[in-house]
Design a protein around this ligand. Structure first.
Ligand code: LLP
Length: 443
């Protein structure tokens, strides 16, 4: 499907869509943003705002995009739970044949809640696994631990021996490759806290192989997130494959390579075609160094699967001018979606019902801000928006990844409800938090 852009009459600002998830439908005057076949205004009225809405069809299409692009390579897509950990989405993904990448005991428990058999497809990464978390994963029988330090290796060997359960492991190596992304989410450089320097990995594998209850079967790597240039992925894989050759020469039986996640999306001028193409380019970059290696490839995409499949629906509350600046105050805030505040991230903001300029509307450059008591609480700054009036509903696009999973109760705001749409059907997959929910654990 190609990109469709709708320009609001009388106003040059182009309004983006995200097929197959979010598209405008209906006759010209009554044009309205839909999630698949469901009008978003209906959902906002029924469930209130702020509201997260996800498209099952878009999630399926993205998973299929990965599976098709990697068809010539034995592989498993292990969806990265941190991107969006809602149980209903995990169930949907398990049904599509996905495994899971988890980074905490909590995330593992979510996967186990989907079905204990899902443990067989779990890779467990993270620099700070506790003994209790290791025990949980050992008992569940996960596929592989991505070990991030020598000290962690020792603890895991002890726990596995105590439980008499073999821990299949990969050592997460730090390839010292520059990923060209936001510094907070770049992980593959020498000075980052992640993994073991690739130069020291061989020695660590030797130690691991000597432990009775550890089975080193793979090598893992993850260089960062929101990476749009696929070259660093290819370079990383070349370094990893070189290491695997050495490990095999050392007598180790390495059969898995975990490429991590990190494939970025376009937050502006995005389209399904571009998305599919970028997955294909990513696949080519990764698979080239793997040719003939007889390795099973594990992938840990998060954002590329769910980001464009989700939007945050919010209502404009007030418009005001301060110091010559125009502000639009909406009912969602940084506690619902922190990406703009934390990373300066760009998210397109579109009206559910595009309208023409009138007495009550504001248009042109404005700051779209939430009600939280921080200047950093914004969704857009100096953004040219089409005409919008207080009371209007807006969609903040590409919010399916790292939106709800990073949400908090800051300012004692209950977290938003979540709805999953599939064709004509819409289902609440998390109800809105009430005040009682928020204070439940307090004395
Ligand atoms: N695997 C590991 C070991 C990871 O640390 C991550 C993300 C992933 C996979 C998935 O990466 P993805 O395919 O989603 O890029 N909150 C930030 C992103 C943080 C990413 C952390 N690790 C954001 O909103 O941009």
């Amino acid at each position: 499907m190609t990109q469709r852009q709708v320009s609001s009459r009388k106003n040059k600002v182009r309004i983006e869509e995200r097929p197959p998830a979010f598209v405008y439908g209906g006759k010209r005057a009554a044009r309205a943003l839909h999630c698949e076949q469901v009008e978003l205004t209906t959902l906002a009225r029924r469930h209130g705002t702020p509201l997260y809405v996800y498209s099952a069809t878009a999630i399926r299409a993205n998973v299929l995009g990965f599976q098709k692009a990697f068809a010539s390579q034995s592989h498993t897509v292990c969806y990265s739970v941190k991107a969006n950990s809602n149980l209903s989405l995990l169930r949907l993904l398990a049904g599509l044949g996905c495994g899971f990448d988890v980074v905490s005991g909590g995330e593992l428990q979510r996967v186990l809640a989907v079905g204990p058999e899902a443990a067989a497809g779990v890779v467990y990464s993270g620099v700070g696994k506790t003994a209790a978390e290791m025990d949980l994963a050992l008992k569940a029988g996960i596929l592989i631990f991505n070990v991030e330090s020598a000290a962690e290796l020792e603890l895991l060997a002890t726990r596995a021996a105590r439980l008499k359960k073999t821990a299949r492991i990969a050592i997460r190596v730090n390839p010292d490759v520059e990923a060209k992304t936001h510094p907070y989410i770049s992980t593959g450089l020498r000075q980052h806290k992640f993994g073991v320097p690739i130069s020291q990995a061989r020695e660590l594998y030797r130690r691991a192989a000597a432990k009775q209850w550890l089975d080193p079967i793979g090598v893992s790597v993850h260089i960062g997130s929101q990476i749009t240039d696929v070259k660093p992925f290819g370079e990383t894989m070349e370094r990893v494959v070189k290491l695997i050759r050495q490990l095999r020469a050392d007598g180790l039986n390495i059969s898995f390579v975990d490429a991590g996640g990190g494939l970025g999306i376009r937050y502006q001028n995005a389209s399904a075609t571009v998305r599919e193409r970028s997955i294909r380019q990513y696949a080519q970059a990764l698979m080239k160094p793997l040719r003939g290696s007889e390795l099973h490839l594990l992938l840990e995409p998060g954002r590329a699967i769910v980001a464009a499949a989700g939007a945050l629906i919010t209502r404009a509350l007030y418009a005001k001018e301060n110091g010559g600046k125009q502000f639009l105050i909406v009912d969602a805030a940084m506690n619902d979606l922190i990406r703009p505040s934390l990373y300066g991230a760009h998210h397109e903001i579109v009206p559910l019902h595009p309208r023409v300029a009138g007495k009550k509307t504001v248009e042109g450059a404005m700051d779209v801000v939430g009600p939280i008591c921080e200047t950093g609480d914004f969704f857009a700054r100096e953004r040219e928006l089409p005409p919008v009036a207080p009371g209007d509903l807006l969609a903040i696009l590409d919010a399916g990844a790292y939106g709800m999973s990073l949400a908090s109760n800051y300012n004692t705001r209950g977290r938003a409800a979540e709805v999953l749409v599939d064709g004509k059907k819409a289902q609440v997959i998390r109800r809105r938090e009430s005040f009682e929910d928020v204070v439940r654990l307090e004395k």
